[in-house]
Write a protein that binds this ligand. Structure first.
Ligand code: ARG
Length: 570
């Protein structure tokens, strides 16, 4: 599916420049899909924009624009509507050709670093990490697809003072952390916390243990390493269940930046960006003030000499630019950390670690809510184990497929259940909160994962039937005719695929792709109702089969970009 829209947008810009002068070629032609079929296929507001800039009547400007517009090779004659909208309608042959032509993205020679998932050692992954993982995977797929060189970074929380007390506690209990599972580590953390608060001697030993950890004492490091390994093994299981692309090679945890932290402080000090405040080293940046009007500092080194979350993130930015050569850095982290990232980006810019040519974006997302509309927790107020949730989704999907014969039910249930959870997460604007409602997620109707997967499976069945009847492999031919409004509508939508993917790469909003795929599936069902495929004849039949094949490709590729599998039968 080659994208026609950008070609037409460029033609409009050329016409604006030719009719009114070169500088008018820079105005956004605002070419969009038409809101109603009677307006053609696309509508442009360019004449209105031009009229505004020129101070001339819009319809007159529109007439002049249409006069010079060269689109006869692609479109029917342009029409002017209302106050001066320009309506375009593709010729049927253009539309068919656009559906038939393969789409291509070429390399942009740009590297994007995506920081996502980021669970914390000795703690269960929670639904927030689910969101980061699912959104991050989808964005990586999309960015790669449009030609970026993608580098994944799993910024695991594996560093901090809590490991001092956990190690001390394990020594007192003569426990080897490697004999514990993640749940055991979490309980060890809770015991050590209580102990720390109640016992000054233990607290002192724990602090000392942190110093040993940071300075690289071999035994202390080995203990810490075992905790990290136990945790990473658990995260790997979640990634496998989620069918995430993350691997161990992508793990670059907070600890990886430990040796860089003193240099971060030295360089910021040399640049005159740090101020001492109550014994801590802080950066006060213009424009960052709290509600009370007080300046909001970035604490780079705490009063006890320790480094925190911000120092690590500063070192990470620097590493991503100078060593990984990022042109774009993307952080998929819940929206409560928005201010943190604004501050980190501003300070990194001030320090010249983040050059103007590198963009840094915080891809924030809302909270996952429980059925009661409050942040999702167990009844006891603890974190809901992700694997439990995902297993539950898979068994719901299995129930859905119970009466299906001739499919591998277990494998399909996994793909449908996990796909349902991912799709539910991706399909609403990521800034919004959503309720984790498995009934809605696995529903076969509405804007859900299973609905789209089913549309794909149904197409697969149709295409294999078409092939079988003719005693041949379905080598889909070309779309040659688009007579019915329903097939025209479906074809037009298919040509928009590349454009939507491009938009997702730019805005980092995967729900746009979901909405698009849902529109395609909806248009497909109208097409089925109005246009017989297998029972039609001759060239119409061949063309409709080709249209079905093109639709299947779009659904399969689109779901793949979202990180979902599209089973051939379900
Ligand atoms: N581990 C953190 C958490 O669970 C998120 C880390 C986000 N990434 C970063 N570079 N700060 O909240």
């Amino acid at each position: 599916m080659s994208a026609v829209l950008p070609v037409l947008a460029a033609r409009l810009s050329t016409a604006a420049a030719a009719a009114f002068g070169p500088s008018y070629g820079d105005l956004d032609p605002e070419l969009r899909s038409a809101t109603k079929p009677e307006f053609g296929h696309y509508q442009s507001n360019l004449a209105l924009r031009l009229a505004n800039a020129l101070g001339r009547p819009p319809r007159e400007v529109a007439a002049r624009l249409v006069d010079v517009l060269e689109i006869a090779d692609l479109c029917e004659p342009a029409e002017i509507a209302g106050p001066g909208f320009v309506n375009l309608r593709l010729r049927a042959s253009t539309l068919a050709a656009a559906v038939n032509e393969p789409r291509t993205f070429t390399s942009r020679h740009q590297r994007v670093v995506v920081d996502y998932s980021q669970p914390n050692v000795a703690k269960q992954m929670h639904v927030g990490h689910l969101r980061s993982t699912v959104i991050g995977d989808a964005l990586c797929n999309v960015l790669q697809y449009v030609g970026y060189d993608v580098v994944r970074q799993n910024h695991v929380g594996d560093w901090g003072t809590q490991y001092g007390m956990m190690i001390e506690q394990s020594l007192e209990e003569s426990l080897d952390p490697k004999d514990l599972d993640l749940q055991g580590l979490q309980l060890l953390y809770e015991r050590s916390r209580k102990h720390f608060d109640a016992d000054a001697v233990f607290a002192g030993k724990s602090r000392n243990r942190v110093v040993l950890l940071q300075s690289g004492d071999p035994e202390t490091r080995a203990s810490w390493r075992r905790m990290v390994d136990v945790s990473l093994a658990d995260f790997d299981q979640v990634y496998a269940l989620l069918d995430s692309k993350l691997t161990r090679a992508d793990v670059v945890g907070e600890s990886a930046y430990n040796d860089e932290l003193p240099r971060v402080v030295d360089d910021l000090t040399a640049a005159g960006l740090l101020t001492e405040s109550d014994g801590a080293l802080c950066a006060f940046l213009p424009g960052f003030t709290g509600r009370d009007g007080q300046p909001l500092p970035v604490i780079v080194r705490k009063s006890d000499g320790g480094f925190g979350y911000s120092a690590t993130d500063l070192a990470a930015v620097r590493h991503r630019v100078s060593t990984l050569h990022a042109d774009r850095i993307v952080y998929v982290v819940d929206h409560r950390q928005a201010l943190h990232f604004e501050q980190i980006f501003a300070l990194a810019r001030a320090a010249d670690w983040l050059p103007p040519t590198t963009t840094a974006e915080h891809v924030g997302f809302g909270t996952v809510l429980g059925p009661d509309g409050k942040p999702f927790k167990t009844r006891a107020g603890g974190t809901v184990k992700l694997t439990t949730l995902l297993d539950e989704a898979v068994s719901r999907a299995a129930a859905l497929l119970e009466d299906r014969d001739g499919i591998d039910r277990e494998a399909t249930a996994k793909v449908v259940g996990i796909g349902a959870v991912k799709y539910a997460d991706l399909s609403s604007d990521r800034g919004n909160d959503y309720v984790f409602d498995l009934d809605r997620m696995v529903a076969m109707t509405g804007n859900t994962g299973p609905y789209l997967q089913y549309a794909h499976a149904r197409l697969t069945r149709l295409l294999s039937k078409a092939g079988a009847e003719h005693d041949q492999v379905t080598e889909p031919g070309q779309v040659t005719e688009l007579k019915e409004p329903a097939e025209e509508r479906l074809a037009l939508l298919l040509t928009g695929f590349a454009d939507v993917v491009e938009q997702v790469a730019e805005t980092l909003q995967p729900h746009r792709l979901c909405t698009y795929l849902y529109d395609v599936a909806t248009a497909l069902s109208v097409f089925y109702e109005q246009c017989p495929v297998l029972t039609s004849q001759g060239s119409t039949r061949a063309s409709r089969i080709a249209l079905c094949a093109a639709t299947r490709t779009v659904l399969q590729d689109g779901l793949g970009l979202l990180g979902m599998q599209a089973p051939d039968a379900m």
